[in-house]
Design a protein around this ligand. Structure first.
Ligand code: SAM
Ligand code: SF4
Length: 374
């Protein structure tokens, strides 16, 4: 392997997120609200999206730089046709220790077996509530709870284990259902992570009125299902981790809003159109698709990737500060913070998902240690 990549804050690269599409069959109100992502919304044309071959080649190069964990995400990765073929291709990339995928679960009944057979190690499914009305409200009325539960069951039956669940908590929307969700996940043996809702839908900064802090979430669960803090299991762990006092499992709290962290960030993201970004608040990514399609060699692509990660593309060192949103993040959750002056800013979409995706990995890692992978 070549020298491991460090970004300008000397953080090593470990995790790679591969966004395979900017499209999704859900319209979660906190992510892709229907009023903006409607029929007129222009998603990326197919020609601008990397092919599986292109993605695999770039992943191979990035793995050479130190990434050992690869997470396939989106948009919704299962809307990309034949996604299992990409899994199969990435599985063959030498150096990938952990190959996972984050999904809304809708297509898992059809896809789980194929994903497992293709070599996917495990899966994360987003499920914000077990309450039908609440869940429908949050996903833009695109899915019933049962549909996602069927997906989760299919993943389990296929042997994608451990199953992790992500739940975004929004005050006044689903916070009254978190204990039910925790109890259910605990009974099922699923690892549930609550994610602080990131409201960047306004242009005046971060609003806190709908954010339920990780601390409050833990307290509310603790009142019914006693918890105790679990020790940090590795140095760069940034999420709060609690286990049930009776030994019945753990929950994770992704406190991206109330306890932002960056010092331990070890992530890089490849967007569907081939931009590579190492900081979620980067003002610009590094385009790999152009050089790749122009015939660049692997070594040339690696050289382009390196300065992109080490140069001053981040807007701020927010290791010790509350994040400040860039002025005009690009309007796609799959692309981090590209500033396009003149383009309508859709901050609610561009920023938080990037932020979230960045923050999820450490939380995932903490549960990995000591867990067997079936
Ligand atoms: C963007 S989605 C991509 C993968 C897949 N479509 C899914 O929903 O799992 C990844 C995660 O981001 C979370 N997310 C999206 N917008 C968010 C926001 N504004 N605040 C907190 N989490 C958010 C989702 O709940 C999901 O768990
Ligand atoms: S959170 Fe995932 S499922 Fe919901 S709209 Fe965003 S990409 Fe789609």
């Amino acid at each position: 392997m070549t020298t491991p990549l460090l970004d300008r804050f000397k953080r090593p690269l470990r995790d790679l997120r591969v966004s395979v599409t900017d499209r999704c069959n859900f319209r979660c109100t906190y992510c892709m609200p229907a009023e903006i992502f409607g029929e007129a919304y222009q998603f990326l044309p197919k020609s601008e999206v990397l092919t599986f071959e292109e993605m695999t080649r770039l992943v191979r190069i990035i793995v050479r730089l130190g990434a050992v964990k690869v997470r396939i995400t989106g948009g919704e990765p299962l809307v990309r046709q034949d996604i299992e073929k990409l899994v199969e291709m990435l599985r063959l990339v030498e150096g990938v220790d952990d190959l996972t995928l984050t999904t809304n679960g809708y297509f898992l009944p059809q896809k789980a077996q194929a994903l497992k057979a293709a070599g996917l190690d495990r899966i994360t499914v987003s499920l914000d509530s077990l309450d039908e009305a609440v869940f429908r409200k949050m996903n833009g009325n695109r899915s019933s709870v049962q549909k996602v539960l069927d997906g989760i069951a299919a993943a389990e039956a296929a042997g994608l284990w451990p199953i992790k669940l992500n739940a975004v908590v929004q005050r006044g929307v689903n916070d009254q259902t978190i204990v039910d969700l925790a109890r259910w996940a605990r009974d099922k043996g699923y690892i549930l992570r609550f994610i602080e809702y990131m409201d960047v839908g306004n242009r005046n900064g971060w609003r806190m009125d709908q954010v339920v802090s990780g601390k409050e979430i833990a307290e509310r669960i603790h009142a019914v299902l006693p918890l105790e803090p679990a020790e940090r299991s590795y140095k760069s762990e940034v999420a709060m981790r609690y286990r049930y006092q009776d030994g019945g499992g753990e929950i994770g709290l992704i406190t991206s809003v109330t306890q932002p962290f960056c010092g331990a960030c070890s992530r890089m993201r490849l967007s569907p159109e081939g931009q590579i970004v190492t900081c979620l608040f980067a003002t610009q990514g590094t385009d790999l698709r152009g050089p790749l399609r122009a015939g660049a060699s692997d070594d040339e692509l690696e050289a382009i990737t390196r300065p992109g990660a080490t140069a001053s593309t981040a807007t701020a060192n927010f290791a010790s500060t509350k994040p400040t949103a860039p002025a005009t993040p690009k309007s796609r959750c799959t692309t981090l913070g590209d500033e396009l002056p003149g383009e309508a800013p859709l901050r609610h979409h561009g920023l938080p998902v990037a932020f979230l995706e960045w923050t999820l990995t450490p939380a995932a890692e903490q549960f990995d240690s000591g867990e067997s992978r079936h």
